[in-house]
Design a protein around this ligand. Structure first.
Ligand code: COA
Length: 436
């Protein structure tokens, strides 16, 4: 990477350092990733890097392939129903052996990750404990699942204690009941329940590329949980991918963001968390505020939003007729059918610049991050339209825009058609933002 590229990448990633600091992220890693020795090392190193950036990581490691191998080695047979293994009492020693083996290997990788990585991070510890309480799954479709269990409770206090110490907390598929019985659980269920109980900011599935390929072919890469049931009903997905996405939907009812990543893609975790577009599939928790293109029916709502701001001089007056002609330039933020925010983007195609104007959030809904969200959406739309630079004129909101990456510029930075219309009495400050 050339020095200017590095500087640009570093600058673009920097907002995410703050955003992820002290956030709790539950990461599910399927057992296959852990079976192939050194192949898991780059991933473990990325986890170490994340942890050194003060991301609080709960790692849920799937042990299924380890258990399969151990059962085969011990000559044990087993049945599955609805994709879940029926764990008999005689399976338990093999399950314990396999999960123990996986834990030892993980611990050894985390120890060697520190020695093998070229960047310095602080000492890396991974801790585990009896933090998942289980109950029997019981009898389903007339089949007794015996020692296959379900999550009864996640003991969040000790997990948070371990995270406070800067350790990675490890959860596996093994859990215990109040009566001391051992149960084998679906580690994906453990991940979901842990993310919910810990009020995690994110749940990340690190899974096989086949899931990502199938999901990408059928779904957008960023979707709202609201839209998922309808999309999944229409999509023709393999059963295992369908189940993973339905599990993600369940998690997204409570967890802000659920991400699906290809575990074999080098740096997928870092690229997903520290770049604007990411590399996986992201599911946002149901969002009651909707950003959408404005239509002529929104004129009344936009006028009532802008009127008081125009009266106070914060915004320039736009008569209804002008709004009607320019409605295609407007984006609105709607909540329960009411317009609570709007913004206009006027393109100046010659130099791939666009003016951001009439940017407002209803007074009642301010300071909830909606302005930032609306701006992010406008920037996304501008990028898609090939716009390289945003500019705006403001008299009262300079600092808000500076906080969002705009820099003050001279009137000469405006496209010439716009510079000619500059109102020298209003003396607005000019701000620009490079979208490249
Ligand atoms: C600017 C505006 C869109 C922000 O909307 P919002 O939904 O409150 O934005 P966010 O929640 O993302 O950001 C809120 C933060 O910005 C700060 N902020 C709001 N207006 C500000 C201003 N004029 N200058 C500096 N900071 C400002 C708030 O104090 C708050 O800070 P905090 O997070 O430290 O508490 C909204 O205040 C607004 O509609 N203002 C009037 C219209 C306007 O001036 N538009 C710009 C015309 S160019």
């Amino acid at each position: 990477m050339t020095p200017p590229d590095f500087v640009q990448v570093f600058r673009q990633s920097s907002p995410y350092f703050n955003a992820h600091r002290d956030s709790t992220v539950v990461i599910y890693l399927d057992g296959t990733a852990l079976q192939h020795g050194d192949a898991a090392l780059p991933l473990i190193q990325d986890l170490a890097l994340l942890q050194s950036l003060d991301v609080r990581i709960v790692l849920v490691a799937g042990a299924r392939p380890f258990i399969d191998s151990e059962m085969q080695a011990q000559g044990l047979d087993w049945q599955c129903h609805q994709g879940l293994r029926i764990t008999r009492k005689e399976h338990l020693p093999a399950v314990a052996q396999a999960v123990g083996q996986m834990r030892i290997e993980l611990e050894s990788w985390f120890s060697s990750a520190q020695a093998k990585q070229s960047y310095a991070v602080r000492p890396l510890f991974i801790s585990s404990g009896n933090w998942v309480m289980a109950k029997p799954l019981g009898i389903i479709d007339g089949i007794d699942f015996q020692h296959t269990g379900a999550v009864r409770r996640i003991e969040t206090d000790p997990i948070k204690g371990v995270l406070d110490m800067g350790h990675i907390a490890l959860l596996t598929s093994q859990a215990y009941s109040m009566t001391g019985d051992i149960f084998n659980l679906s580690s994906m269920d453990v991940a979901i329940e842990a993310a919910i109980a810990l009020e995690a900011d994110k749940l990340i599935w690190l899974v096989d590329s086949e899931h990502l390929n199938a999901a990408r072919a059928a779904l957008p890469t960023e979707l709202s949980a609201n839209d998922m049931p309808a999309l999944l009903d229409k999509a023709n997905l393999p059963d295992s991918t369908n189940k993973l996405l339905r599990d993600s939907y369940r998690a997204a009812q409570e967890v802000d963001r659920v991400h699906l990543l290809d575990r074999s893609q080098d740096g997928a975790l870092l690229r997903e968390l520290f770049t604007l577009d990411g590399v996986g599939i992201m599911i946002n928790q149901n969002d009651y505020d909707m950003v959408r293109q404005a239509t002529i029916e929104d004129i009344g709502g936009i006028l009532s939003l802008l009127d008081p701001l125009e009266a106070s001089g914060a915004l320039v007056k736009r008569p209804r007729e002008q709004l009607e002609m320019e409605i295609d330039y407007f984006t609105v933020l709607e909540r329960d059918g009411t317009i609570i925010g709007c913004a206009a983007l006027y393109p100046y195609t010659d130099n791939a610049a666009a003016e951001l104007a009439a940017f407002a959030i209803d007074n009642k809904y301010r300071r909830g991050g909606r302005g930032g969200k609306l701006l992010a959406e406008i920037e996304k739309r501008a990028r898609l339209a090939g716009i390289k630079t945003l500019f705006l004129l403001t008299t009262q909101t300079m600092h808000w825009f500076i906080r969002h990456g705009f820099v003050q510029a001279d009137i000469s930075a405006l496209p010439s058609q716009r510079a000619q219309l500059y109102n020298f009495q209003r003396r607005s400050a000019v701000f620009t933002k490079d979208l490249a």
